[in-house]
Design a protein around this ligand. Structure first.
Ligand SMILES: *[C@@H]1O[C@H](CO)[C@@H](O)[C@H](O)[C@H]1NC(C)=O
Ligand SMILES: *[C@@H]1O[C@H](CO)[C@@H](O)[C@H](O)[C@H]1NC(C)=O
Ligand SMILES: *[C@@H]1O[C@H](CO)[C@@H](O)[C@H](O)[C@H]1NC(C)=O
Ligand SMILES: *[C@@H]1O[C@H](CO)[C@@H](O)[C@H](O)[C@H]1NC(C)=O
Ligand SMILES: *[C@@H]1O[C@H](CO)[C@@H](O)[C@H](O)[C@H]1NC(C)=O
Length: 411
């Protein structure tokens, strides 16, 4: 009997027919197949384009080639005669999926419903942006990039493409976490184009310096990758990026998650990296998050973030004294010229976010020139962690509703 039950419990979740896969409460996951709190949602098994088509009906998949040869997948939820054009730039080890992984309450849909033409990037190396004109994703050189190139090349190409496609003079950028780091690289290094093309840059849980961060990433993830790169072990096994969506480790985690009913474990683990907000995370998104986890970035990007978290300030990639001389003409890598930024900037962060700390936000704000501080320059969202911007129960009332009202006054 027990053996039969075990087989039964294993087999049920593996079949992807319409069996409950989400619950409104953490406790209900213990009784997911029978609880009236639980339901089936197809989104867990769908890709981002399928999710968009399923909920909105319209979707465009654009291809954009960067100056250095990467072929990027750029998503659009098109709108005719829009109020404005908004570009959503995801964070580290994520892709456009993060903006549409909240069922019919997805962030991208809110902007679209409010009348905006919505575009979403997929940064180089992620699933929809793994092609290059003369490299393949198994070449070491393909993965020779960090958030710097994502800003300098990807954003530049994407913004040019959107301007041509929409014939609008300026667009709004909403950038999350490391997506903001890249956006600020773009706004400082291509300051003239940015001033011409961008109406406002909004940072959601933005990352610039990581001096005050309390995230375990600083002590575990980044030092670990640093050690691997330093030892050269990765070259031996041709390992240049992490994490791949279909790798066995993530596959096992997802399988384990399907049969493991205590979903709060995820909240506990995640809070060590992104901040503790006991009741904010919406339990119905847990399986969705885990099912879609795993957009790769380069190990070099991990190393660059390791460098900024150790130096306490943001500089270009450090190749070591000798190679820095060759690359930059100085022994230390140059800092970014924030004084050249002239795009208006709005910074929004959560007070319970371990990764993005108020101290780092303040430090960045001090360094920005006065001319970018046009609108309310900082917004602290009470009780939000790093991930509550996507999965918080109150994200609409506390943030997106206000943000849309604010944008409506600009366009
Ligand atoms: C690959 O393309 C880049 C960008 O166009 C070019 O600079 C480079 O020389 C090419 N490399 C090879 C091996 O063809
Ligand atoms: C979202 O979907 C749920 C369940 O399918 C439904 O009850 C709800 O009304 C929908 N909400 C909106 C805003 O469409
Ligand atoms: C990576 O790019 C840098 C310049 O951006 C270059 O100096 C370095 O040689 C490249 N490394 C590899 C392995 O292609
Ligand atoms: C683009 O917009 C300008 C006005 O802003 C207009 O004169 C021009 O005809 C438009 N071009 C296209 C192709 O729609
Ligand atoms: C910043 O602006 C100054 C003065 O206009 C210019 O000399 C410098 O090259 C700019 N720096 C960058 C990185 O564009």
């Amino acid at each position: 009997m027990i053996i039969f039950l075990k087989i039964f419990i294993f087999v049920i979740p593996l079949t992807s027919s319409q069996i409950n896969n989400a619950c409104k409460n953490f406790e209900s996951y213990f009784n997911i197949y029978f609880s009236s709190d639980c339901f089936y949602i197809p989104d867990n098994h769908l890709s981002a384009p399928e999710i968009i088509k399923h909920h909105v009906g319209v979707f465009e998949h654009h291809k954009v080639t960067t100056e250095d040869g990467y072929i990027l997948g750029l998503f659009r939820i098109p709108r005719i005669n829009p109020k404005g054009v908004i570009l959503l730039q995801h964070g580290f080890v994520q892709d456009a999926t993060c903006w549409v992984s909240q069922y019919n309450k997805s962030i991208a849909f809110w902007f679209w419903n409010a009348g905006y033409d919505v575009w979403m990037t997929n940064s180089r190396g992620t699933f929809y942006s793994k092609k290059h004109i003369n490299l393949t994703s198994s070449d070491e050189e393909f993965w020779n990039f960090t958030f710097h190139e994502i800003g300098y090349y990807d954003l530049d190409a994407v913004i040019k493409h959107i301007k041509l496609a929409t014939n609008r003079s300026k667009l709004i950028i909403l950038a999350n976490s490391m997506g903001f780091t890249s956006s600020l690289v773009y706004a400082s290094m291509k300051c003239e184009q940015a001033a011409e093309n961008v109406q406002i840059l909004i940072g959601l849980a933005p990352v610039w310096s990581l001096k005050y961060t309390k995230s375990l990433h600083k002590w575990i993830t980044f030092p670990y990758v640093h050690f691997i790169l330093k030892s050269g072990l990765n070259r031996v096994i041709n390992w240049y990026s992490f994490p791949e969506h279909d790798e066995w480790m993530l596959w096992s985690i997802r399988l384990f998650n399907k049969i493991f009913p205590f979903k709060k474990l995820y909240v506990y683990l995640e809070s060590l990296f992104y901040g503790w907000s006991k009741d904010e995370l919406d339990p119905s998104f847990i399986n969705m998050v885990i099912d879609h986890f795993g957009a790769p970035s380069s190990l070099k990007n991990y190393e660059h973030i390791y460098q900024i978290s150790n130096y306490g300030e943001v500089r270009m990639f450090d190749y070591g004294n000798t190679n820095n001389l060759v690359t930059y003409g100085s022994e230390t890598p140059p800092p970014y010229a924030l004084e050249n930024v002239s795009v208006p900037i709005l910074l929004i962060y959560g007070t319970n976010d371990y990764l993005t700390q108020a101290g780092d936000i303040d430090a960045l704000y001090q360094k920005l020139p006065e001319k970018v501080k046009v609108y309310e320059h900082q917004m602290a969202i009470d009780g939000f962690s790093h991930t509550d911007f996507y999965y918080g129960k109150h994200r609409y009332e506390m943030l997106y509703k206000k943000l849309i009202e604010f944008l409506d006054t600009l366009v």
